[in-house]
Design a protein around this ligand. Structure first.
Ligand SMILES: Cc1cc2nc3c(=O)[nH]c(=O)nc-3n(C[C@H](O)[C@H](O)[C@H](O)COP(=O)(O)OP(=O)(O)OC[C@H]3O[C@@H](n4cnc5c(N)ncnc54)[C@H](O)[C@@H]3O)c2cc1C
Length: 280
């Protein structure tokens, strides 16, 4: 059981973890695919104090090294769902559950572009989590739509349960030969006569269930009941969200999208978490 789990591995998360450790909290950072954060794309950063002219990649390496040196644990994977469980939270990372007393959402501002029909049909034949929902489709026909290699692992898992698993490519990635790839790029999902139709550039096919996998999840869908202000998570000055012991920091809370702001908010979120946890 961690005291604090920081979701994301950008400046906000490393700053949050560093301060959490300094306040004596057992803390882990959930780190998705290497190189997916925005800062990796920055060739040179000139407006962050103390590190003039550094590249975004170098800056992230320094942040991570410093947080790990004080005992931050790193868990590799994409956080898919967060569920309250009594006075704790259970976070699904890949196929593992990570338990923590508090959560800091530090997921950046990049949002996956959803297919028409996808969000409306979540829980009605469409799922983002094979581990959570695969059992509902035992012996049935399903489609996996994926933009990254994580979908291959999920398709292999679903193949053990389902009668047929068709794989559709949402974005280019390596796919091993044993996977049954269907032609065409998915364009929309629709529910028709109790099944979900996948429409692609090449035609359409109906399935009992459709699983969609991307290396990012929108915060509102990940944590039901989380208050949002458009695409951004609503927070107060303590970086607290509307949910108990859930904080947010960095680009995911809104403008300006800047490293110094992300680092500052990560620091505030950790201090707030330490204060709140000490009262329990
Ligand atoms: C090309 C470019 C240049 C920039 N230059 C500057 C600059 O010079 N100065 C400046 O101040 N700012 C700059 N920025 C903005 C800066 O990069 C961001 O403000 C900053 O990185 C925000 O930090 P963050 O921690 O909030 O989010 P991010 O850095 O975006 O990190 C979020 C991380 O969370 C991960 N993640 C998301 N969802 C999940 C999940 N479900 N599970 C696990 N991990 C997840 C992402 O993969 C990502 O690694 C630049 C941005 C770009 C794109």
């Amino acid at each position: 059981m961690f005291d604090l789990l920081a979701i994301g591995s950008g400046p906000a998360a490393w700053s949050c973890a560093l301060t959490a450790r300094k306040r004596g909290l057992r803390c882990a950072v959930i780190s998705a695919q290497a190189g997916t954060g925005w800062l990796h794309k920055a060739g040179q950063v000139d407006n962050y104090p103390g590190m003039p002219g550094v590249s975004g990649r170098e800056m992230l390496e320094v942040f991570q090294r410093q947080a790990e040196a004080v005992g931050t644990e790193v868990i590799h994977g994409v956080a898919r769902q967060i569920q309250p469980a009594g006075s704790a939270y259970m976070t699904l990372v890949g196929n593992d559950i990570v338990e923590s007393r508090a959560v800091a959402l530090c997921m950046g501002a990049a949002r996956p572009k959803l297919l028409p029909g996808e969000e409306e049909l979540l829980g009605q034949g469409v799922s983002w989590c094979g581990t959570c929902d695969g059992m509902f489709f035992r012996g049935k026909d399903v489609a996996v739509l994926s933009s990254w290699h994580g979908g291959v692992e999920e398709a292999d898992f679903l193949s053990q349960l389902c009668r047929r698993v068709d794989y559709y490519v949402l974005g280019k990635h390596d796919i091993p030969g044993h996977i049954a790839v269907r032609p065409g790029t998915p364009k929309a999902l629709a529910r028709e006569e109790g099944r979900v139709t996948v429409t692609t550039t090449e035609g359409s096919a109906a399935y009992d269930g459709v699983f969609v996998f991307r290396p990012a999840v929108s915060p509102g869908a990940m944590l039901p009941g989380l208050a949002m202000n458009g695409a951004f998570i609503t927070v107060d000055r303590r970086m607290a969200t509307n949910l108990p012991r859930v904080y947010a920091a960095g680009d995911c809370t809104g403008m300006p999208l800047q490293i110094a702001k992300a680092v500052g908010e990560g620091n505030v979120a950790a201090i707030s978490a330490a204060e709140d946890l000490s009262k329990e």
